[in-house]
Ligand binder design. Sequence first.
Ligand SMILES: Nc1ncnc2c1ncn2[C@@H]1O[C@H](COP(=O)(O)OP(=O)(O)OP(=O)(O)O)[C@@H](O)[C@H]1O
Ligand SMILES: [Mg+2]
Length: 416
Amino acid sequence: MNSELAPIGRGFVTRLRAVARATVYAAYGAWLGLVAILSLTVGLLVAVLWFLRVGRPLVLPALGWLRGLTDAERRRLRRLGHAVDAPARLDGGPEEQVMDPATRRELGWLLVHGTAGLLLGAIVLQLLLIAVHDLTYPLWWSEVGAGERTLLNGLVPANSPESARWGPVIGLAALVLWFVGTPRLLAWQARPGLALLGPVPGTDLTARVAELTATRAAALDAHAIELRRIERALHDGAQNRVVGVAVLIGAARREVDRDPERAHEILARAQDTTEEALAELRAVVRSILPPVLEDRGLEGALGALAADCAVPCTISIHVPVRCPASVEATAYFVVAESLTNVARHSAARHAEVEVRLVAGTLRVRVADDGRGGADPAAGSGLAGIIRRVEALDGTARLTSPPGGPTELEVELPCGS
Ligand SMILES: Nc1ncnc2c1ncn2[C@@H]1O[C@H](COP(=O)(O)OP(=O)(O)OP(=O)(O)O)[C@@H](O)[C@H]1O
Ligand SMILES: [Mg+2]
C-alpha cells in the first residue's frame, strides 16, 4: 500500500514545487509588467517632447531602457524553457531605430505585458494571498480592528464567529485555484513575449543560415566521432577476440595429434572467446541504433531504462505518434546517459523522466533530487548529449547548481 502511495506523494510534491516555481516567475513577470507600464508612460512623454522638437536626445536612452527591459523578459522566458533569441536590429539614429520593426514589436509588448501580463501575475499572487489570509482567518480575526475584518481580499465583511468560519472554505477554494491555475496563468503571461520579442519573422534568415551551417558542421562532427567510436569498439573488442580465436585454433591444430586432450581444452577456450566476440559485436550493434526502440517503441524503450535505473525513477511519456528514428535514438541516448549519471554521480533519492511531443517538438526532461554540480566539461557523457542534440538542430539546457537539484531539458524538432 505504502509503495503505491509513495509515487503519488512524490508526484504531489513535484507538482507543488513546480507551482511554487511558477508563482515566483509569475510574480517576477508582474514586476516586469509594472516596470513596463511605467516605462510606457515615460515613453509617451519622450514621444511628445520629441514631437515638440526638444526630446530627440532622450530617444536613444529610452530605447536602451526598452532593450534592457525586453532582455530581462527574454531571460525570464528562457528560464521557463522557451527558446527566445533577441532580434537583429538596425543601426542608425533615433529615426531609424524607432522605425525598426523589432522596436515596434517591443513597444507592442510593453503595452500588452504592462497590462495583461501585470494583471495575470497579480491574479496568481492574489490567489495565494487570499488562500493564506482566509485559511487562517478564524485564528486571528477577533484580534484585528473591525475595519480589517474581511474575507476574499476585502470583498466580504466577516465580523462574526459564524462568518469567520467561511474563511477556511474560501481560503481552500483560492488555494485549489492557485494550485491548479498558476501554470496556465504563467503560460498566458509568457505569450506576448514569445510572440513579440523573438526575431522579426522573415528578416533573420542570415542568423538562421549561420545557425544551420554550425549545426550541419556539428552533425558531421558527431558523425565522425560516432564512426571513430564504432571503429575503436570493433578494433579493441571484437577484432581482438577473433584474433585470439585464430591463435587458439592454430594451437589446437598443432596439438591435435600429439595431445588430443589438450587440443580439446584449447578448442573449448576458443569457443568461449568466440562467444565473447559475439557479445561485444552485439553491444556495438546495440549502441548504433538500440533494437529495443524498434521492438518496443520510444515508450517501451524508455520505460525499460527507467525500470533498470538503480535510483527509483518515475517516468511520464506522452508521444502519441512515432518520431523520426534519429530523434527517437537521440532521446533514448539522452535518457540512458542521464540516468546512468544519476545512478553514478547524483546520490539522488528519486529521479524523474518526462517526455512530451508538443507542437512538433519532442521535449525530454530528466531531473533528480541529488547533489547537483553536473559539468559537461568534466566527462564525455554530457558533452556527447549536447553534441548529438545540436546535430539534430535541437537545444539542451542543463541546470545543476551545487547542492542540486539537477535538471536536463532537451528539445528535438521532429520535422513537420
Ligand atoms: N545527475 C548528476 N548529479 C550530480 N553530478 C553529475 C550528474 N551528472 C553528471 N554529474 C557530474 O558531471 C560530470 C560530467 O558528467 P559526464 O556524464 O559528462 O561524464 P562522466 O559520467 O563522469 O563520464 P562518462 O564520459 O562515462 O559519461 C560527472 O563526472 C559528475 O561529476
Ligand atoms: Mg556520464
